[in-house]
Design a protein around this ligand. Structure first.
Ligand SMILES: Nc1ncnc2c1ncn2[C@@H]1O[C@H](COP(=O)(O)OP(=O)(O)OP(=O)(O)O)[C@@H](O)[C@H]1O
Length: 485
């Protein structure tokens, strides 16, 4: 779990929902309620930006679009200066990866341009006229049916129910290296296979903590669901095993770190970038929902980047197999909770589409729409549902978020007769090639600056080495409860 370095203020200590820790935006300097950070923390941020900027690499193809999108967003006035500068300084300081073109002259392009406002207004006008001029109904129908066929193929890729990951590996198969992240029940380690020398991530869960926090069912669901799903944007579970005290889940190592960290470094993403990450998430949610799985914990902390810059959803600790409206558990991350969950009403996959709306907002604004340091106020804000969109959001993005952030689930996009198609076909995604997104043929906005395949954990926070006295098989605990592992 990413620990926020945002200064804690009174009353904002971790809130637990169903055993999970709350998050605090590290920086919501451009939020309606501006933060009051001291010089020290600003200096710290500056230092960390400089450190990070020299590492960051933006791929060659996207930057022009990325810059345009970034620069066409008037920056809100904040004590820390505009986000635009932040993004630009990241770009200016980047080093070129071997074989990659240095992004074209960013400094020149950063000069204020009178065409920016014009281009935004053209974009908005295009959106307003979209129904009249482009997208005639027949084209739309054809696109929709082509897309449905494509998605159907992916949706059917599910491993058989009797596919077992149990006992496929043991502690003796891996060298345990540093900690990549910590969670409520243990930690995730970088490991190296003693056989093929490849690097993996192993999530270790302490059985006693899982039992004490009444998370047995969630943990078993996580293992079961992850062992069956097969999707380009979902982490692969290679195997599970246990020792006397711990459960182990062997996953592929997502080397690029958390999207959360990238977002906090950039403060907010240009629309093109947000659209790209949203598109990958949508395809993963579409896949899960068609396989009767609701994810229930969408947030930037659970979205990791692989070495190429594509997303991998991790942490299926709240994922659940569902039929219709049959979830009641209060779980998820407060900022991302759908109103029906807070009201303790039965809820379904529509809750994930609500979270998608929050996710898109947070990527574009740098803070979630209902943010409050006071958890009760946060819940009130969510239930009340009034959203103040920053003026630099495009009409199309606002329209999509309005349709996702519908308190009434019978009006929420994703939950209507056409399901996810309403989202996929929304004008905000007009320039997205869904088939290319699915086949990962789209140029990514950001390639993590790592030495791929070398066990490079530079994109993760450093942790003091934790307990790694794993592998003790004496006096096994709870083996009846965790017999599936
Ligand atoms: N496959 C992976 N590759 C690289 N890092 C990973 C991987 N899976 C998890 N991590 C890191 O470990 C952190 C904790 O993982 P995860 O969220 O799955 O644990 P958790 O115990 O369920 O945490 P939480 O209590 O926050 O739900 C992640 O935020 C991420 O930084």
């Amino acid at each position: 779990m990413q620990t926020a370095t945002y200064p804690a203020s009174s009353g904002d200590q971790a809130t637990k929902v169903d055993g999970y820790m709350d998050r605090q935006p590290e920086d919501k300097s451009n939020s309606p309620a501006q933060n009051q950070r001291g010089n020290d923390s600003q200096q710290e941020d500056q230092n960390s930006m400089e450190k990070n900027s020299s590492n960051s690499v933006w791929t060659s193809g996207i930057p022009a679009a990325l810059e345009e999108a970034t620069m066409s967003q008037p920056a809100p006035s904040t004590s820390e200066g505009p986000q635009v500068e932040t993004m630009q300084s990241m770009q200016q300081n980047e080093g070129a990866r071997p074989g990659q073109q240095q992004p074209s002259n960013i400094a020149d392009k950063s000069a204020p341009s009178s065409s920016e406002a014009a281009s935004r207004s053209t974009e908005n006008n295009q959106y307003k006229n979209a129904g009249k001029n482009t997208d005639n109904l027949r084209d739309r129908q054809m696109r929709k049916s082509r897309l449905s066929q494509l998605l159907d193929l992916q949706r059917k890729r599910i491993r058989p129910a009797d596919h077992s990951t149990k006992g496929r590996y043991g502690i003796q198969d891996f060298d345990f290296l540093q900690t990549l992240g910590t969670g409520s029940f243990g930690r995730v380690h970088l490991v190296q296979s003693k056989h093929n020398r490849l690097f993996y991530a192993i999530k270790v869960l302490e059985k006693r903590r899982v039992v004490d926090m009444k998370q047995v069912e969630h943990t078993c669901d996580e293992r079961h669901i992850l062992s069956r799903v097969q999707h380009p944007f979902i982490t692969i579970l290679w195997g599970t095993f246990q020792d006397a005290k711990n459960l182990f889940m062997v996953m592929d190592f997502a080397e690029g770190g958390e999207l959360f960290s990238l977002l906090r470094k950039c403060h907010r993403f240009p629309e093109k970038v947000a659209k790209f990450y949203a598109a990958e998430v949508i395809l993963a949610l579409d896949y899960l929902h068609h396989n009767q799985i609701v994810y229930r914990d969408l947030k930037p902390e659970n979205l990791l980047l692989d070495r190429f810059g594509h997303l991998k959803i991790v942490d299926f600790g709240f994922a659940k197999r569902v039929s219709t409206n049959n979830c009641f558990t209060l779980c998820g991350t407060p900022d991302y909770l759908a109103p029906e969950i807070i009201s303790l009403k039965p809820y379904n996959k529509a809750a994930d589409w609500w979270s998608l709306g929050i996710f898109i907002f947070e990527m574009l604004a740098g803070y979630p729409p209902f943010y409050s340091e006071n958890p009760m106020k946060l819940y009130e804000n969510i239930l009340e549902g009034s959203i103040s969109y920053p003026q630099y959001f495009s009409h199309a993005s606002i329209d999509l978020m309005d349709h996702l952030l519908q308190r009434d689930i019978t009006s929420r996009y994703g939950n209507l007769k056409d399901g996810s198609m309403d989202i996929i076909m929304h004008p905000w995604f007009r320039d997205i090639s869904w088939d290319k997104i699915l086949t990962r043929k789209v140029e990514v906005p950001y390639v993590p600056p790592i030495r791929a395949g070398m066990g490079d954990s530079s994109q993760f926070e450093s942790y003091a080495t934790g307990p790694t006295n794993y592998g003790n098989n004496e006096n096994p605990e709870f083996s009846d409860i965790f017999q599936d592992f």
